[in-house]
Design a binder for this molecule. Structure first.
Ligand SMILES: [Zn+2]
Length: 285
């Protein structure tokens, strides 16, 4: 029994998932869907502008790393396993994008698994470090870069306030633009700050990915967004779809998905923010 193209397009994802269609049709269907699939923590697969990007790969097995020093809830990291094998996470990726190189965004397992000649986009502060790890195709985004019709623009992120923020070092976010695609802003490991407000004002993103686990040490305050920060993002970008990630995977993240959901409900903003489970994809269109 054959399936016509019209029938295929109507049956969509279900047909693709049971593998009953030809490779070319399946590829066309896949290519048409832009979105972000959360893997775990900030690690995500982003389909955008016809390309597939791997964001901030943290691919360690559950419990393979120690708790963060001087942090609440000291348990080995990652707290949860990957939702699929690490090799499947990286399969079919055209490039890797790093917001920074802290252990929960770029780890030994990722360095081991990724091809050394694979394309990596990094902030200037991490270029040498990533090259020294043996990667030969490292491109710095400063302040922007064109790749395969996609503009990647670096934005400033603040990984905490005061002394703690200083100690966290230089971190970045990125805006991705492509003709015919929604504008995507990946805020990175940042709290709500004037630079995030500026990025929203300058680029008017349609989709904003925020790291919202409210990570913190025993003192010094949060180093990534919590409920109030996400509320600020929603208010600054009233037409954007917000996707909240970086929860329930590192021990010093004190805000859970449920906690964020409840806080957003209290603020009347629950409908504005997608909170994917590990392995879940949020489509942009
Ligand atoms: Zn992080």
């Amino acid at each position: 029994m054959s399936i016509t193209r019209r029938e295929f397009l109507r049956t969509g994802i279900a047909a693709a998932s049971i593998g009953s269609v030809s490779g070319s049709l399946e590829a066309a269907q896949r290519g048409a869907r832009e979105g972000i699939r959360l893997i775990r923590n900030a690690t995500s697969i982003i389909r955008f502008g016809g390309r597939t990007l791997l964001l901030d790969p943290w691919l360690a097995d559950a419990g393979a790393m120690p708790p963060v020093n001087n942090s609440p809830n000291p348990r080995p990291n990652p707290l949860v396993p990957l939702p699929l094998p690490a090799r499947e996470v990286i399969a079919g990726v055209d490039a890797t994008l790093l917001t920074h190189t802290h252990f929960d965004h770029w780890d030994p397992a990722a360095r081991e698994l990724l091809a050394k000649e694979g394309l990596l986009f990094v902030q200037p502060a991490d270029t040498d470090r990533v090259r020294q790890a043996g990667f030969t195709n490292v491109q710095m985004i400063e302040p922007s870069l064109e790749w395969q019709g996609i503009s990647l623009i670096r934005t400033i992120a603040r990984h905490g306030r005061g002394d703690v923020g200083q100690r966290m070092g230089t971190v970045s976010g990125y805006v991705l633009k492509h003709a015919g695609s929604p504008t995507l802003y990946i805020a990175g490991d940042t709290i709500w700050c004037p630079e995030v407000a500026d990025a929203i004002a300058a680029h008017a993103p349609d989709i904003i990915v925020v790291n919202a686990g409210e990570a913190q040490f025993l003192e010094g305050g949060p180093i990534i967004m919590g409920v109030d920060d996400v509320v600020q993002v929603c208010k600054a970008a009233p037409r954007a779809k917000v996707v909240a990630v970086h929860m329930e995977a590192v021990n010093h993240c004190v805000l859970s998905r449920e906690g964020l959901r409840a806080g957003l409900e209290r603020a009347g903003l629950a409908g504005r923010v997608a909170i994917p489970k590990d392995g879940e994809e949020i489509l942009f269109g």
